[in-house]
Design a protein around this ligand. Structure first.
Ligand code: AR6
Length: 178
């Protein structure tokens, strides 16, 4: 599903983010950049050790911020590692932190002349963020960012499950009809 906003396009798809042929893919990492399960594990497995080598040098990434490394053996040139919040109750600053994870990833992408970027659904796996709430924050952040000065042309959301894809699809339709 493709939606055009200003000069850019949001594309929703179901699949494996490590296979995306884009300039940068985004990793849902942890604060220590230590690797782990979920999409983080998949990216390090597919991309090889060069990514972890750079992560070690960088040392860490506070929640809501983003850092960039090589894409190693991935089709993507870069991996942008960002850290979403662990969901507690929704009133511990989680919405703002999740929004910042998306916005800071996009800013860093622009600084590296990235034209195409793919996001997973940050924080909605191990970190427990309710999917509908997270989808709304993710898509609103991207929609708002596209309206600012940016050279990014295509922003993909690569959802792992059909349920995640459906929720993102419904959320984007809802946001576009507002
Ligand atoms: N491609 C796209 N999406 C994927 C893939 C993939 N290959 N694999 C999993 N997902 P999670 P979080 C989806 O848990 O909640 C790690 O251990 C997954 O189905 O990866 O931000 C880190 O090191 C879910 O929808 O990230 C952190 O410690 C989404 O990616 C912690 O987990 C995010 O789930 C971060 O937790």
């Amino acid at each position: 599903m493709e939606t055009r906003i200003h000069n850019a396009t949001i594309v929703l798809s179901q699949g494996d983010i490590t296979e995306q042929d884009v300039d940068a893919i985004v990793n849902a990492a942890n604060k220590r950049l230590a690797g782990g399960g979920g999409v983080d594990g998949a990216i390090h497995r597919a991309g090889g050790p060069a990514i972890m080598e750079e992560c070690r040098k960088i040392g860490g990434c506070p929640t809501g911020t983003a850092v960039i490394t090589t894409g190693g053996n991935l089709p993507a040139n870069y991996v942008i590692h960002t850290v979403g919040p662990v969901y507690r109750n929704g009133t511990s600053g989680e919405p703002e932190l999740l929004k910042n994870a998306y916005l800071n990833s996009l800013k860093l992408a622009d600084q590296h002349n990235v034209k195409t970027i793919a996001f997973p659904s940050i924080s909605t796996g191990a970190y427990g963020y309710p999917l509908k709430d997270a989808a709304k924050i993710a898509l609103s952040a991207v929609k708002d960012y596209i309206k600012t000065e940016t050279n990014i042309k295509k922003i993909y959301f690569v959802l792992f499950s059909s349920r995640d894809f459906e929720v993102y699809r419904e959320t984007l339709s809802m946001l576009m009809s507002k």
